[in-house]
Ligand binder design. Structure first.
Ligand code: NAD
Ligand code: TDX
Length: 332
């Protein structure tokens, strides 16, 4: 049994991670979350008070970070500004949270000699051509495209430097696009599902041929636990479940699963600098740590996710209008 400090635990992947940990281990969990527009206390409702608590605060606040890191065995760092479109409109909070926040955590784990796991993204590797048979591996050079992905890349490099220079006991994971319950309605899949529920036509950026490598959030989180338990210190693991789909086919599938004509969507302005394709080769994770995805069937995972948004309108409704108003400003 260990005590875990989970930053960003009121966000999409973090809240699913907390539930996963409480369900599958006997660890205790403290969440440190600033409850930004993306954090939601409701995502942590009903968790057992004897094993879980929420501290509202920022990873950029050195004294809060120092105190909490000192008090826990392992820090798992999910907190970030996570949305590419927001990073194009205002990069400033991305610099603060993703770079400065990671720096503060690294200083604390170094000082208190604590185990640290860093959550990152495949977007640090840039993008691939549509017809390229290659996928990203742990050896692919970093080549990020957006303010979001460049700050995530920078945060990964800080971790590597703190490992090498100061002997920090850290691992890094870079995962592909997650889907599942509790994802903010600004993101592609929940935006389209909640649009259809609201009678709004789904919005496809540009021609929609861009490919994302979808993984169910529980498969991501199970992999993170495997890495925390048995990952080699100082190493990076890529997490992906061979779920490549282009955006157009995802929108058509959502429409089909929701009983709508598959062409009932709009093309809207493309994202500037829009990455073409992401694809993960997770051989290392599978062979060294024995991880396998438990939810590799995208169609049934998507159907379950649609059911979740239908059943949990009270969770997403408060964010919907403000999110669409933000998109309206950029014609998206
Ligand atoms: P999210 O935006 O849903 O959640 C982020 C959480 O961090 C929110 O609860 C927010 O309140 C919190 N937060 C933001 N700034 C903070 C600060 N300064 N201090 C403390 N808390 C703060 O994001 P997500 O999709 O759950 O992503 C979580 C992590 O996983 C991120 O590091 C992201 O880069 C990474 N990741 C995401 C995906 C994906 O598909 N969503 C894929 C790979 C990696
Ligand atoms: O309305 C939309 N229409 C559309 O076509 C939205 C919101 C998005 N898109 C496209 C853009 C992308 O090609 O769908 C794809 C997915 O978009 P996002 O959900 O914004 O995800 P992406 O930019 O791929 O980044 C996600 O995966 C990697 C997460 O948001 C990141 O945090 C993670 O690092």
């Amino acid at each position: 049994m260990s005590s875990l400090l989970v930053t960003g635990g009121a966000g999409f992947i973090g809240c699913n991670f907390v539930r996963h940990v409480l369900d599958h281990t006997d660890h205790t969990v403290t969440v440190l979350d600033a409850l930004t527009y993306a954090g939601n206390e409701a995502s942590l409702a009903g968790l057992p008070a004897n094993r879980f608590r929420l501290v509202v605060g920022s990873v950029c606040d050195p004294s809060t970070v120092d105190e909490l890191v000192a008090d826990h065995d392992i820090t798992v760092h999910f907190a970030a500004e996570s949305h590419n479109d927001n990073s194009l409109n205002d990069p400033s909070p991305f610099i603060q949270t993703n770079l400065v926040g990671t720096f503060e955590l690294l200083q604390a784990v170094r000082k208190h000699d604590k185990r640290y796991h860093h959550i990152s993204t495949d977007e640090v590797y840039g993008d691939l051509e549509l017809d390229d048979p290659a996928k990203f591996t742990e050896n692919t050079p970093y080549n990020p495209s957006s303010p979001y992905s460049s700050t995530k890349a920078g945060s990964d490099l800080l971790v590597r430097a703190w490992v090498r220079s100061f002997g920090v006991r850290a691992t890094i994971s870079n995962c592909s696009n997650n889907y599942g319950p509790y994802q903010h309605v600004e993101k592609f899949i929940p935006r389209q599902i909640t649009n259809v529920i609201d009678g709004i036509r789904p919005k496809l950026y540009g021609a929609g041929l861009n490919v994302r490598d979808w993984i169910h959030v529980d498969d991501h989180n199970a992999a993170v636990l495997r890495i925390i338990d048995d990952g080699k210190l100082g190493e990076t693991y890529l997490i992906g479940a061979d779920g490549e789909e282009n955006n157009k086919s995802v929108i058509e599938l959502i429409l089909e699963l929701m009983g709508q004509p598959s062409d009932a969507y709009d093309h809207v302005n493309d994202r500037p600098g829009h990455d073409l394709r992401y694809a993960i080769d997770a051989t290392r994770l599978r062979t060294e740590l024995g991880w396998e995805p438990r939810f590799p069937d995208f169609r049934s995972g998507l159907a379950d996710t649609i059911d979740w948004y239908r059943a949990n309108e009270a969770w997403w409704r408060p964010m919907k209008a403000a999110t669409e108003a933000k998109y309206a400003k950029t014609g998206q």
